[in-house]
Ligand binder design. Structure first.
Ligand code: S3P
Length: 173
């Protein structure tokens, strides 16, 4: 990309509930950058939680809104920390826009650790609802390829959110 490395946005991707928002907030604070969480932006714009947006407009429409937000943000900003939803990279255009404007980190967690977080996540994540644990595991596994866009995968199993942020900062230097 033509944007100097130090000026690029940092985009965090990975499955629902891996800690993109928490880690992104730490990163923003430590790097004195602004933090943007795409899901939160959409929820504010529509003044409803994502579960309601899915119910009212459907996932398809949510994806269009998500794409608009990410494309606009990526083309207009530098130096931001951006957390995108776990399904954003299903859209090729979104993936390409992020890779062209930002350093992308894939926050990974193994299935066994992730599974323990399910209870905490289910009420706010429409794509986890009305599924068996087997179906959720299948979704979790099928998404891995979508996030593997470069070599910046971070295994977060043994690290807390702040340690992940510190690790990312180290790789930037
Ligand atoms: C989704 C992930 C969510 C949110 C929406 C759909 C998905 O974001 O965008 O509920 O399909 O993976 P988080 O990854 O921040 O939970």
């Amino acid at each position: 990309t033509e944007i100097p490395l130090r000026e690029q946005n940092i985009v965090l991707i990975g499955f629902m509930g891996v800690g993109k928002t928490t880690i992104g907030s730490h990163l923003a604070r430590k790097l004195y950058r602004d933090f943007v969480d795409i899901d939160q932006e959409i929820e504010q714009e529509y003044n409803m939680p994502t579960t309601e947006i899915f119910k009212t407009y459907g996932e398809q429409r949510f994806r269009e809104i998500e794409k608009e937000h990410i494309l606009k943000l990526c083309s207009n900003t530098r130096l931001k920390i951006i957390s995108v939803g776990g399904g954003a990279f299903l859209q090729e255009e979104v993936k390409q826009a992020c890779l062209a404007s930002s350093i992308v980190f894939f926050l990974d967690l193994n299935w066994n650790s992730w599974k323990d977080r399910l209870k905490m996540l289910i009420d706010t994540r429409p794509n986890l609802q009305n599924k068996t644990l087997e179906e959720i595991e299948e979704l979790f596994r099928s998404r891995q390829d979508i996030y593997a866009v470069n070599h910046s995968k971070i295994d977060t199993d043994q690290l807390d959110a702040e340690e992940v942020a510190d690790y990312i900062i180290q790789t930037l230097n």
